[in-house]
Structure formats: structure tokens, C-alpha cells
Design a protein around this ligand. Structure first.
Ligand SMILES: Cc1cc2nc3c(=O)[nH]c(=O)nc-3n(C[C@H](O)[C@H](O)[C@H](O)COP(=O)(O)O)c2cc1C
Length: 336
């Protein structure tokens, strides 16, 4: 059977009705994000990367009631393993788990009861450590905030994940979108953007410095000489900056990838600059293709300032996906 897949910007996604194509249904797809190596090219080397965002209950508001949907999706590891394995079988590049540190919409009972999977979720790096043991190839990307975490623990978490997954870790760097999360971290108010991004910049320098603590050949493990590690192959960071003070070194050996694949999702001026300086990929949800192209040109234009080439950076537009046997059927799903 040939399938027609219609992509729409994810911002327009409000329902994913009657989707019964098994793999997508099993993925509980909220939206798919895709990056093109050459976004304006249609040549034969055109290559698409696919990343999916598994959620407990998918993108359709009533989707969890569908007869084919999983019956229990609350903190259900088996469900998440099934999603990750389906995505891997379908040759997706990554699974990505967005995240925040708070219960969403609790002050609005109607939304709170209706919006299904938002109330509780696995801490994503922990979840990915589990998924790593049930998958072999797929990339494992988690959101972690630089605003309410400490760089040493973040460096350690992603370092461990990269080892546990044999080099498949990815970090979606955010400064926290939901202001209410601040109240879970000793603050009455969210840190303003003008502070969040400079802190994130320093945080990222520290985290990278910590990942560079150990040379890849530091652990010699020489049974003949009795030398387990070479102390000249580790260095202390001794960072003291405006926001952070971190001595180091990191108590995780050099990551299989060196650094995890770094994603960024900020769209503001400060967010774009952070992406250009630190990230490998930018998640971009724009209302139109033209806006998407303008964003791409803007961020790619900033790369040279940091000695980076546009080819080394990907823009990842979000898409809602409607699958039908024909274009008309996909259109029909989109319209209803
Ligand atoms: C695809 C995508 C995924 C995002 N995931 C998260 C997330 O998991 N957690 C979060 O706090 N913010 C997330 N955001 C929000 C961004 O981090 C950012 O706050 C937002 O795009 C506004 O940009 P600004 O911070 O530059 O103003 C996401 C944004 C996009 C486009």
C-alpha cells in the first residue's frame, strides 16, 4: 500500500483524528520534527532526518480513547519502550522527550482533566537510560533546563546517558518555557530571559569544560604495570564566572561522542544566538514555510561569528503528520 503523508507546521496541529496506521498509532505521535540537509534542495541527495516526540496519549485530544490505543499509559515504561522500538524499526533518527519541572494546568480544572498526559511524566534522562537498554541505534534526546539545574549534575547525567547508550545521547537545551516551574526551585518568579540566556551561555561553557575533563586514553588499565589510570590525562576546570562556580573534574569518563548532540529551541534574539553558538540543531516551529526559511537564514547567518559552517547545523521544523492512502484522504484527516 502506498501512503501519502501530509506535513503541516506543528503549530497548526489541533487534532489527529482516526489515525489507525499501526506504526504511527503505536508511537502516540504528537508531532514529528524533520530536518533536511539542504532545505531548499530537491536534488537526489536530498536527505531527511526524522525525530519523533512520543507522549503518553499522542496528539489527538481524545486519542487515548481510541480502541487501538494503549489502555494504561500513565508512567508506563512498556508503552515508552514500544514507542521507541517502533520508531527505531521505522528508521527514525531520534526520539525526543520535551520536559518541564512542574504539573501543568492545575489551576484550570477543565484543561487539567482533559489534557491527558501533561500532569505527570518520567524525568526524561532517566527514561532514556531505560530506553537505551531496549534499542540499539536510535538517538535519545531529552530536554534539560539550564535555569533550574546545576551544570555538574547535567554534565554527569548526559555523560552517563551517552555511555549507557553507547553514544546516542542528545540534549535539548532550554531555559524553561513555563514560568510556574520557578516556584519549585525556591523562587516566586521566573528568572527573566535577559538573565536566563547569559546564565545558559556560561552553563554551556562549564558543561563542555566538564565533558573535556578526561582524555579518551586516561584509563590505561594496564594489568602488567598495575596502572589503572593516567593522572596526567585529566584536568580540573576551576571555573568561576558571573553565575557559576565549578571546580571539576567530572566524575564521568570521556563521552563516546565527546559531547552529546546539542539541540536548542529558543526562537528569540537571545535564543537564536545561543543556538548559533552552542547547538548542532535548532527546533523550529514557525507558522509558515516563509517564516521557517527566514529563521533558517537568520540563524545560519550567525554561525560564521563562531567559526562554524552552515553545513554543520540543522534546522528542524516541526510537523503534524496526517497519513492517508491518497492525498485526498490525508487532506480529509487534516480538515476534520
Ligand atoms: C520544538 C520545541 C520544543 C521545545 N521544548 C521545550 C521543552 O521541552 N521545555 C521547555 O521548557 N521549553 C521548550 N521549548 C520552548 C523553547 O525552549 C523556548 O522557550 C521558546 O521557543 C521561546 O523562545 P525564547 O526562550 O528564545 O523566547 C520548545 C520549543 C520548541 C520549538
Amino acid at each position: 500500500m502506498s501512503l501519502y503523508i501530509k506535513h503541516i507546521p506543528a503549530i497548526h496541529l489541533c487534532c489527529l483524528p482516526g489515525l489507525t496506521w499501526a506504526p504511527l498509532n503505536a508511537l502516540s505521535l504528537r508531532y514529528t520534527v524533520a530536518a533536511f540537509h539542504h532545505p531548499l534542495s530537491t536534488g537526489p541527495d536530498h536527505m531527511m532526518n526524522l525525530i519523533t516526540v512520543p507522549t503518553s496519549t499522542g496528539g489527538a485530544v481524545g486519542g487515548w480513547r481510541h480502541p487501538d490505543a494503549w489502555r494504561d499509559t500513565v508512567m508506563n515504561l512498556d508503552h515508552m519502550i514500544s514507542c521507541a522500538k517502533t520508531a527505531e524499526r521505522g528508521k527514525f533518527d531520534c526520539v525526543f522527550f520535551a520536559d518541564g519541572n512542574g504539573v501543568r494546568d492545575i489551576s484550570n480544572p477543565v484543561l487539567f482533566e482533559a489534557l491527558r498526559d501533561r500532569a505527570v511524566s518520567f524525568e526524561p534522562v532517566t527514561l532514556l537510560a531505560a530506553l537505551a537498554q531496549h534499542t540499539q541505534d536510535i538517538g535519545l534526546v531529552a530536554t534539560v533546563t539550564t535555569t533550574y539545574e546545576e551544570p555538574y549534575t547535567v554534565a554527569r547525567k548526559f555523560g552517563s546517558l551517552d555511555h549507557l547508550s553507547k553514544g546516542r545521547a542528545g540534549w535539548n537545551i532550554v531555559t524553561t518555557a513555563r514560568p510556574g516551574d520557578a516556584r519549585n526551585f525556591g523562587r516566586d518568579k521566573h528568572m527573566p530571559r535577559e538573565e536566563r540566556y547569559p546564565r545558559a551561555d556560561e552553563f554551556l561553557d562549564v558543561v563542555k569544560g566538564l565533558w573535556d575533563s578526561w582524555a579518551s586514553d586516561a584509563f590505561v588499565q594496564n594489568r602488567e604495570t598495575g596502572q589503572y589510570l593516567d593522572s596526567t590525562r585529566v584536568h580540573t576546570l576551576n571555573h568561576e564566572g558571573r553565575y557559576l562556580k565549578v571546580k571539576g573534574p567530572l566524575n564521568v569518563s570521556r563521552l563516546p561522542q565527546g559531547y552529546p548532540v546539542m539541540f536548542s529551541a529558543g526562537q528569540s534574539e537571545l535564543g537564536r544566538e545561543q543556538a548559533a553558538k552552542h547547538a548542532d540543531c535548532l527546533f523550529a516551529i514557525t507558522p509558515s514555510k516563509e517564516d521557517g526559511i527566514a529563521l533558517m537564514e537568520d540563524v545560519k547567518g550567525r554561525l560564521s561569528k563562531y567559526g562554524r559552517s552552515p553545513e554543520a547545523f540543522k534546522i528542524i521544523p516541526g510537523s503534524g503528520v496526517f497519513v492517508g492512502r491518497t492525498a485526498e484522504e490525508a487532506d480529509e484527516y487534516h480538515e476534520c
